[in-house]
Design a protein around this ligand. Structure first.
Ligand SMILES: Cc1cc2nc3c(=O)[nH]c(=O)nc-3n(C[C@H](O)[C@H](O)[C@H](O)COP(=O)(O)OP(=O)(O)OC[C@H]3O[C@@H](n4cnc5c(N)ncnc54)[C@H](O)[C@@H]3O)c2cc1C
Length: 601
């Protein structure tokens, strides 16, 4: 049963049918003193222990990764999300995002090691472990005395994670399981002390999770370090289990519960991965503008060329958008956890349900921010020209390191399809009312459009109207597609991908506008001029993406009069009354980034 209070908070995915007031979103400008202190301390750690050693990380110095992980443990950074009862700091969800963000930008190698340990290597125990399991393992993981790894993927089971062939066989005396199988791409495998291993018992439909201590004398062997494109000093190995004995009390949750554990651990991993990309985007933008302000061609600083200004503006804008959406969702999760705890749930249950509720937003953020980081790094190389292609400049490694974020924690294709799939499921369960609003849009399409020009004098009046119209595009496309294909929609992947891109752009654009609006109200419009420009630029780009994907979708499933009507609706919903001067917006943003010689927004 839900409490009354719960019903009043926007549920995950509800943003697509409801308007959010800017006062109701959390932004990085809302960090409290404790969070700011934490951020500064993590930044300082990153500047001291990670950034100066980039060359060693690139040279595959795995020992350095382990050494810095231990130092992070000494500083308490590995324990931020662990409850105090198990030796952690028990900090809020937003605070854990901050740590994850600011510790991750030095190198993807450390970022991956940190994420694999604190997220998927530790969380399955804090969230699903028994009291004994938590007492036994979590304090060691929180302090950095032990390191964790997460062994789900197998050579034949990647995206299809529940299809793994690793087996767990109960001993005759019923006291232990023997694990046999091969795991692949396991981050931290080379130096971890325990694995969260997923294996199948008999012919169970779903896999089961186990806590397996690393002990080579217990049938555990490792493959060689993988020879990877990026994240060179992140230990990634195959792990072979041969009659590895695991006591029955090391089973996580119940038999057959492993797939659920794996998916929920990944939900948290996804939003944290978005956070991990953010400070990298910031640093890449800063490094790019520093170079562009120095480098001269044709007797001109290259940062004075419109072509370079355009890149700097887009890089800064996507960074700002990523920050806006990540912290909006993180605070929603935090509030939901608090609400559940207030309603009597244990911390464990509350956190699980809180994150699960926003699984759609977690997938959206994973996709959007990992792709923005990749684009940022790519444009960073372009701004450096030939020097960008050299291993002696930071862009080359940043570009390679960024690439993995689109693959792990569920590939971006899988996350795109999940985001829409989960939303449709929520609608079917009655958690988000898509049907009513979709019907209202269908009715509106049959009516005569209003030709009145609304009053756009207030800040973002037209932009907010545009967001409402983009939501109608989603409802129009998704509603018609669900009606047409019903449960078969799952098989129409290109349609799902297009719908997902529409969903993603709406969430990102709306979050960006709400942050700029909230800050303009409290700090003044003049002071927030650049942020306002970024919100407008982001929205403009989002509208083009929505238009392209909407058009492709409609043409793919509708014909004749229906197609004409839907395309007409699409044109109506992506049309500005007053088009923003995008070149001017980009120039304004770029001049600020150039003047600051850094991303400072
Ligand atoms: C450096 C690195 C570190 C990693 N760390 C870990 C770790 O610590 N623990 C762990 O368990 N795993 C880890 N992984 C594994 C990672 O999670 C998987 O690589 C990822 O889930 C994709 O699985 P796959 O490689 O088998 O690709 P596949 O699943 O074979 O996918 C190949 C392509 O097909 C697409 N595809 C697959 N299924 C579908 C579908 N149904 N519909 C449409 N498209 C589809 C994918 O999107 C992708 O583009 C790591 C991987 C790497 C490279």
């Amino acid at each position: 049963m839900e409490t009354q209070q719960e019903k009043e908070i926007l549920r995950g995915g509800q943003f697509i049918v409801k308007e959010t007031k800017c006062e109701d979103v959390f932004t990085p400008e809302d960090f409290n003193e404790e969070q700011k202190m934490m951020r500064d301390s993590v930044k300082e750690f990153n500047d001291r222990e990670i950034i100066p050693h980039k060359d060693r990380f690139e040279a595959k110095d795995y020992a350095l990764t382990e050494e810095v992980m231990r130092k992070a443990g000494d500083m308490g950074f590995l324990s931020v999300s662990v409850p105090e009862a198990y030796g952690g700091m028990g900090m809020s969800f937003v605070s854990t995002m901050i740590v994850c963000e600011y510790i991750s930008s030095g190198t993807g190698s450390f970022s991956t090691a940190f994420g694999a340990h604190t997220g998927i290597g530790t969380m399955p125990i804090t969230l699903y472990g028994t009291e004994e399991q938590k007492q036994k393992y979590v304090p060691k993981l929180a302090s950095g005395e032990w390191f964790g790894a997460y062994a789900l993927t197998e050579p034949g089971a990647g995206s299809d994670a529940n299809s793994g062939k690793t087996t767990a066989t109960l001993s005759e005396d019923g006291k232990s399981y023997k694990i046999n199988g091969q795991k692949m791409w396991i981050s931290n495998a080379g130096f971890c002390n325990l694995f969260i291993v997923f294996a199948r018992i008999e012919n169970d439909k779903n896999i089961t999770g186990f806590i397996v201590e690393q002990d080579p004398s217990n049938g555990i062997t490792l493959g060689e370090e993988e020879n990877k494109l990026g994240i060179h000093a992140s230990s990634t190995r195959q792990v072979f289990f041969s009659d590895t004995v695991v006591p029955v009390e090391n089973m996580l949750a119940g038999r057959g519960e492993g797939f659920k554990i794996a998916m929920n651990a990944l939900n948290i991993g996804r939003i944290k991965l978005a956070a991990a990309c953010l400070d990298s985007q910031r640093r890449i933008t800063t490094t790019a503008v520093e170079y562009a302000n120095e480098r001269k061609q044709f007797n001109t600083r290259i940062s004075d060329f419109g072509a370079i200004k355009m890149k700097l503006a887009e890089m800064a804008t996507s960074t700002y958008a990523g920050e806006s959406a990540s912290y909006r969702a993180a605070k929603n999760i935090e509030d939901r956890i608090a609400m559940r705890q207030a309603a009597g749930n244990s911390h464990q249950e509350a956190e699980l349900k809180g994150v699960e509720e926003y699984a759609i937003e977690c997938s959206i953020l994973k996709v959007a921010v990992s792709e923005d980081l990749q684009n940022c790094a790519d444009e960073g190389i372009q701004i450096f020209g030939g020097m960008g292609f050299s291993k002696d400049t930071p862009m080359e490694a940043a570009w390679r390191d960024a690439r993995i974020a689109r693959i792990y924690e569920g590939t971006n294709e899988i996350n795109r399809m999940l985001s829409v799939g989960m939303l449709v499921k929520k609608a079917m369960k009655g958690h988000v009312d898509l049907l009513g609003p979709a019907q209202a849009v269908a009715d509106e399409l049959l009516g005569i459009p209003s030709f009145e020009t609304p009053d756009y004098s207030e800040l973002f009046a037209e932009e907010k109207e545009m967001i409402a119209k983009l939501k109608k595009v989603f409802l129009m496309v998704a509603g018609a597609a669900v009606q047409k294909f019903g449960p078969e929609l799952e098989g129409h992947q290109q349609l799902l991908l297009a719908a997902s891109d529409i969903l993603i752009e709406i969430y990102m654009a709306e979050s960006t506008i709400l942050r700029a609006e909230k800050n303009a109200k409290r700090f003044g419009e003049k002071e927030q001029e650049i942020q306002i420009a970024m919100a407008k630029l982001y929205l403009y780009n989002a509208v083009s993406i929505v238009e392209k994907n909407g058009k492709e979708s409609i043409i793919s499933f509708a014909e004749g009069d229906e197609q004409r009507m839907l395309l007409m609706g699409l044109r109506r919903y992506v049309k500005y009354t007053n088009y923003p001067d995008i070149v001017d917006l980009r120039n304004t943003i770029a001049e600020k980034v150039k003047a600051d010689n850094m991303y400072n927004l």
